[in-house]
Design a binder for this molecule. Structure first.
Ligand code: MG
Length: 272
């Protein structure tokens, strides 16, 4: 059993009874963001690989009979699968718009005609500003990536994109959001919280559920899991967030996954 006094069982800051509760639960559900959670940031997003050992730990967790695992990312699904490998678990991309179920079947939620028109206009505006090389087009959004730029230039581009896209967004059922490393204009009506709610609904009652993420878009997930499980933010415990627990870094997430993978499956009580 994973004992919180053991050195390799990381403390979940502000949730002192985390491991005790996990160990008392017969069924467990764990949903994880990708960037900044499983993978440290990299100036080239396609070089942001998971920390060593994490793919093996996810594989191990996916094979546990007591644990259901899901990955929920803002990236296009294709990129998550390329970087993480194709696990037999639910993998969600584009903030909930693309879903690969554990059996491999795929679903995608397309933007409405109005949203499509808005995204086209947003793209046009960004290209006019000369941002083309920093843009990423996804199924329901356009992201401006500024990580490779100097802080001064990054802030300048983000401010321009945020102002231009925000003015446009309200007319086309879009919303403009900052994230760690840029700004994104995306379709409303679908976010990490919606998809997390659907996944939580599929779990048997009494399941011990956890969502871990690091960024602004994960706040939808933290709000959704309130009252149904535990939201854990990757970052300092002083960060304003709807999460209740904290792990300091991707390294701590790795240690957390290792501890979960080593925990004893809770025996199913037999009647009588
Ligand atoms: Mg993230």
């Amino acid at each position: 059993m994973c004992d919180p006094t053991l050195a390799d069982c990381p403390e979940v800051a502000k949730v002192p009874d985390f491991w005790r509760r996990l160990n008392l639960s017969e069924r467990k559900f764990l949903a994880l963001d990708y960037d900044g959670t499983l993978a440290p940031f990299h100036p080239d997003p396609m070089q942001a690989f998971p920390l060593p050992e994490i793919p093996e730990l996810l594989e191990k967790l996916s094979q546990r009979s007591d644990t259901t695992l899901a990955i929920i990312s803002g990236r296009p699904l294709k990129e998550v699968l390329e970087l993480l490998g194709d696990l037999a678990v639910v993998v969600v991309g584009s903030h909930g718009r693309e879903v690969k179920k554990s059996d491999g079947s795929l679903t995608a939620i397309e933007p409405t005609d109005k949203q499509r028109t808005g995204l086209k206009a947003a793209l046009h505006l960004a290209v006019q500003e000369g941002f083309e090389q920093h843009l990423e087009k996804k199924i329901g959004s356009i992201a401006l990536h500024t990580r490779p730029l100097s802080p001064h230039r990054a802030a300048k581009l983000e401010n321009i994109a945020f102002a231009k896209w925000s003015a446009l967004a309200q007319h086309y059922d879009l919303e403009c959001m900052e994230f760690n490393g840029g700004v994104e204009v995306r379709c409303t009506g679908r976010n990490k919280g919606n998809v997390l709610a659907e996944l939580l609904d599929l779990q048997p009652s009494g399941t011990f559920s956890v969502y871990i993420g690091d960024d602004i878009t994960d706040e939808d997930g933290f709000r959704e899991i309130k009252g149904r499980g535990i939201g854990i933010k990757v970052g300092e415990p002083t960060t304003p967030t709807a999460a209740v627990g904290f792990l300091a870094s991707c390294e701590e997430v790795r240690d957390f996954l290792r501890a979960w993978s080593l925990s004893d499956p809770t025996p199913v009580p037999h009647p009588g």
